[in-house]
Design a protein around this ligand. Structure first.
Ligand SMILES: [Fe+2]
Length: 317
């Protein structure tokens, strides 16, 4: 059931070119607070997630347990906590894919795999909105020949009724990437470029990264590819992380029925910030959730004429 837990305000901002708004958007929450800048890339590319050159590798174990409360690492696991989340999207980025199995495994902080049990191994699923999330620890490096492999997380990602994608995720700034046979590939079938993501420290001492998975599968129409440039977008959100309230600035690029909705990681609608016919303009909404709302990750999505054209992740803490 929808409940309006926010207070809303909207203001007309003059002298703002919608074209300039379209050039300023970022999917990465750490940069989302920055003002519009020509340096910031736009989220208009739809890049198919690639396989990793090293394939499944020797350390996969079948039938890993389902994650509980999105936790891959136990609370007592040594290491720096990291949270990875994003959305599973079909090829062409026109649909999000719910119920995709995301099978995850990686080394511990010392670079060792648990090959006897299921420590740092687990499965989760994208939710009804296509979002997935898990918390774990920053993987350690291990020697591969005479080279350390960069820190990485292994994935086997299976949309319902489709073949799995087996790949690996790396982290920006890792000094072992350039010499790694897999992570250093920048073109072709094993191009790792879009699987090297930034991790940003949050105020609770954890690190946070966003990774959208673009994969062959059947989903639910959302129209993220380019539509946010034509129809509307969320271009600034902050503060993020936030404690009590968060400002969401967005643009509507054609007169349309517009909804601004907030979902939790389970896919439940937790706030309906806006739902009305709106003209072409720039708007601001404020989400001030009830104090009883649990801390965690939330996904603010903009719908234009029933198409989900854009989302950004926010963290309440
Ligand atoms: Fe590995």
């Amino acid at each position: 059931m929808r409940k309006k837990t926010n207070t809303q305000r909207r203001r007309f901002l003059k002298n703002v070119s919608l074209t300039s708004l379209a050039l300023g958007i970022l999917p990465n929450l750490s940069k989302a607070e920055n003002s519009v800048s020509k340096e910031t890339p736009i989220q208009d590319d739809c890049v198919t997630t690639t396989r990793d050159y090293y394939g499944q590798g020797p350390f996969y174990t079948e039938n890993a347990p389902l994650l509980s409360d999105n936790q891959l690492a136990k609370a007592e696991e040594e290491g720096t906590r990291i949270v990875i989340s994003g959305r599973v999207i079909n090829l062409g980025c026109s649909e999000f894919i719910p119920n995709t199995e995301v099978d995850i495994w990686h080394a511990d902080a010392a670079g060792d795999y648990d090959n006897d049990g299921f420590n740092l191994r687990g499965r989760t699923h994208s939710n009804e909105q296509g979002f997935y999330m898990f918390e774990t620890i920053w993987p350690g490096k291990y020697l591969n020949g005479n080279q350390f492999r960069p820190a990485h997380i292994h994935f086997k990602i299976t949309p319902p009724g489709f073949n799995p994608l087996i790949t690996q995720l790396y982290f920006e700034g890792d000094t072992s990437i350039p010499a790694d046979a897999a992570a250093s590939i920048t073109e072709g079938d094993f191009d790792a470029t879009h699987r090297i993501i930034p991790l940003t420290e949050t105020t609770d001492g954890k690190y946070e990264g966003t990774w959208d998975i673009v994969i062959n599968g059947d989903g639910v129409t959302m129209g993220v590819n380019d539509l946010h440039l034509e129809k509307g977008m969320i271009y600034k959100i902050g503060p993020n992380p936030f404690e009590q309230e968060i400002d969401i600035e967005y643009g509507v690029f054609q007169p349309a029925q517009v909804s601004l909705l907030v979902y939790d990681i389970q896919g439940n609608l937790v706030a309906n910030l806006e739902e009305e016919y709106m003209g072409t303009d720039k708007y601001t909404a404020v989400w001030r959730p009830d104090t009883s709302l649990v801390n965690g990750h939330y996904f603010v999505t903009l719908k234009v004429n029933d198409l989900q054209v854009h989302y950004l992740k926010v963290i309440k803490q």
